[in-house]
Design a binder for this molecule. Structure first.
Ligand code: GDP
Length: 447
């Protein structure tokens, strides 16, 4: 018996329409008390009055009934399409609560879909990725994963391991010295191939991560070299689309933009320079912290002034990490000694005149080229999947090594079984409740 949950599934702001979802055994009865249209035919939209708990009309809208198991959650569900006023949606929701529904927890609709076998975990997680996607490529890959591509890939790997485990069981009844070395080599070879596949999938995360998270670019350099000017020039570039403006942290300003298919998160460490009593010392600490978290560091220098101690620290930081050194203020001429940048990537620009800033964006995109990554859903974009695949890889290779080396079949088989369980954590076949709850808690209410 599934209790009935309800929530607003659209964004909490004024909009043309707002959708309320209701799911559970009593979804139809509860909805009928609030939506006075015809819900008798599953999957058929009808129009009707929507009334508050006191029976007053609060909206005219549409409703549709999805009969279990043919619904997103696998349960009886109703969707109500109201006008997107937050006041209307709130009163419809409270009428539904009074009629017997309870507020849905974050991700509870999707969690129910998972528990009812409508989705595996990779598909459920792909829904969050799809909602969060900032670029078309990220959306495409997430849509493929939502379609079950990655889940099927993992299940196929797991099925191949199960088939090999069955071969092992056949050996368990025989004394180990009766197993021919050639047979041992054959099976080990198969296992090594599967281990390699798991590792390749895990390795796809190196680039897949960029689909999902974009590239973190830290702008570092001493005060007045032109970091903020560069940030503005990059955001204002014709090549970029500013996707959103994230909140400023205490020490840094972060802005996001999209260039081609890549989301770039620019972190300007100039942040609160004015308020600092010891700007240079604090600047160094901020730059170091930002550089540590970044995928690439853009170390900015003022080409019209001699390098000082802080510049040298920035240079040292640039040497230690993936970086591009930018000599700014090229419009004023370059008077610094460029030999200090030997072995580093260097570009001369003028942030003020916007000279060279598009080339800088192009360079970053070249470094993090992702257009060649297949968006077929087999690219791992989720850190949980990547680390779990690596754990499976280790177990499978351990089994392969052990068996080839003459170890008892029943010992090797336990590694394989372990690997199958580990893979099950990705699809949800063997995931512990704690993992499942953690995943769904990252969803928004109404999803
Ligand atoms: P930040 O402290 O590193 O963020 O530096 P700002 O962006 O605030 O720039 C410091 C000063 O340098 C400002 O007066 C800018 O107008 C100036 N500036 C920045 N970029 C350029 C440039 O390319 N050419 C010239 N001539 N001045 C620049």
């Amino acid at each position: 018996m599934a209790d009935t949950i309800a929530a607003i599934s659209t964004a909490p702001s004024k909009s043309a329409i707002g959708i309320i979802r209701i799911s559970g055994d009593d979804a139809l009865n509860i909805s009928k008390k609030v939506f006075l249209g015809d819900l008798s035919t599953p999957r058929m939209m009808s129009t009707g009055r929507i009334v508050s708990h006191s029976g007053e009309v609060c909206d005219y809208g549409m409703g549709v009934f999805f009969k279990a198991p043919k619904s997103f959650t696998g349960e009886d569900s109703v969707e109500l399409y109201c006008h997107g006023s937050t006041a209307v949606l709130r009163s419809v929701l409270s009428a539904l609560y009074r009629a017997g529904a309870r507020p849905a927890e974050p991700g509870e609709f999707t969690q129910r879909a998972f528990l009812n076998g409508k989705l595996d975990l990779t598909q459920a997680e792909a829904i969050i990725d799809l909602i969060d996607s900032e670029t078309e490529l990220a959306a495409k890959n997430a849509a493929e994963q939502m379609n079950g591509t990655l889940g099927k890939e993992i299940s196929a790997l797991s099925d191949s391991l199960t088939a090999i485990a069955a071969e092992f069981y056949a050996f368990v009844d025989y004394p180990d010295d009766e197993i021919e070395q050639s047979e041992r080599d054959d099976i080990s070879e198969k296992l090594f191939t599967l281990a390699k596949h798991a590792k390749q999938l895990a390795g796809s995360y190196d680039k897949g991560r960029l689909f999902r998270e974009g590239v973190r670019v830290a702008l570092i350099g001493r005060p007045n070299v032109g970091k903020s000017s560069l940030l503005n020039a990059l955001l204002g570039s014709e090549r970029s689309i500013v996707t959103d403006i994230e909140g400023t942290t205490r020490d840094t300003v972060e802005e996001s933009l999209r260039v081609n298919s890549l989301a770039l998160h620019l972190i300007d460490t100039a942040g609160l320079r004015e308020a600092d009593n010891e700007p240079e010392r604090l600047g160094i600490a901020r730059s170091e912290a930002a550089a540590k978290d970044a995928d690439i560091v853009i170390a900015v220098f003022d080409g019209s002034a001699p390098l000082d101690e802080f510049d040298k620290r920035a240079l040292e930081l640039a040497k230690k990490t993936r970086s591009i050194c930018v000599i700014n203020k090229s419009d004023l001429g370059c008077t610094i000694d460029k030999s200090v940048f030997s072995k580093l990537q260097v570009m001369e620009i003028s942030a003020k005149e916007r000279i060279g800033t598009d080339a800088l964006l192009d360079r970053i995109c070249e470094i993090f080229e992702i257009s060649d990554i297949p968006c077929d859903g087999k690219t791992v974009t989720n850190p949980r999947h990547a680390s779990t695949l690596m754990r499976a890889y280790e177990r499978i290779s351990a089994a392969a090594e052990a068996f080839r080396g003459g170890i008892y079949a029943d010992i090797a088989v336990s590694d394989i079984e372990h690997a199958i369980n580990i893979l099950g954590e990705i699809t949800g076949r063997s995931a512990q409740d704690a993992i499942v709850s953690e995943i769904f808690s990252r969803f928004c209410v109404g999803k």
